[in-house]
Design a protein. Structure first.
Length: 192
């Protein structure tokens, strides 16, 4: 859900006078329906499609890695994975099946999102947010949301890579220092 909390809501926040999160109370008079209308208006399926498609290279890479290194993987699977063509076919299968499995859960995700909005906003706020999305600016925001998500994801990947490169020498030094402090204790125990 973290990525589902839409960038759109963050951008729309100044337009909408929010009273802050409301108590998680039973729906008294249509608030869940308004929250569902908001989720529908936001076209969360399109956002989910983008997010899951963006994750597929990581997912398929992890699945291939597990299959290639697993000692109990059947020989036939290892044979398929021995060639780049076989790997490409397996990646396509994994991606297709994972995306299908995720898409089958979209109704559940939409309902969970609606419940979170119902819990977090008053009926008045939900109606104001829906009204914003009905404006020209709101429609423009919804139309640009996938591109904004893609640009932010690319920025995040680059920043994560740079942060990793900056952090790795310190991580390694700290782990090596930890290993040095652990080594004498292990040696003493081995001698007993």
């Amino acid at each position: 859900m973290r990525a589902l909390v839409p960038l759109a809501l963050l951008l729309a926040a100044p337009v909408v006078a929010q009273t802050g999160p409301t108590e998680a109370t039973p729906d008294a008079g249509g608030r869940i329906e308004t929250a569902r209308a908001l989720v529908e208006k936001m076209n969360i399926d399109r956002l989910l499609n983008f997010q899951f498609a963006s994750l597929m290279p990581l997912v398929t890479g992890n699945v291939l890695g597990v299959m290639q290194t697993s000692s109990d993987a059947p020989a036939g699977i290892k044979q398929v994975l021995a060639t780049p063509e076989g790997q490409a076919k397996v990646r396509a299968i994994v991606s297709e099946e994972m995306l299908a499995a995720m898409r089958s859960r979209y109704p559940e995700i939409r309902e969970a999102a609606a419940e979170e909005y119902r819990r977090s906003f008053s009926e008045e706020d939900l109606k104001a947010i829906v009204a914003f999305y009905n404006t020209q600016a709101g429609q423009h925001l919804l139309a640009l949301q996938p591109q904004l998500q893609q640009r932010l994801a690319e920025f995040g990947k680059g920043m994560g890579r740079d942060a990793g490169m900056a952090a790795f020498p310190k991580i390694r030094a700290r782990i090596e220092a930890l290993a040095k402090t652990q080594a004498p204790a292990a040696t003493k125990q081995d001698k007993k």
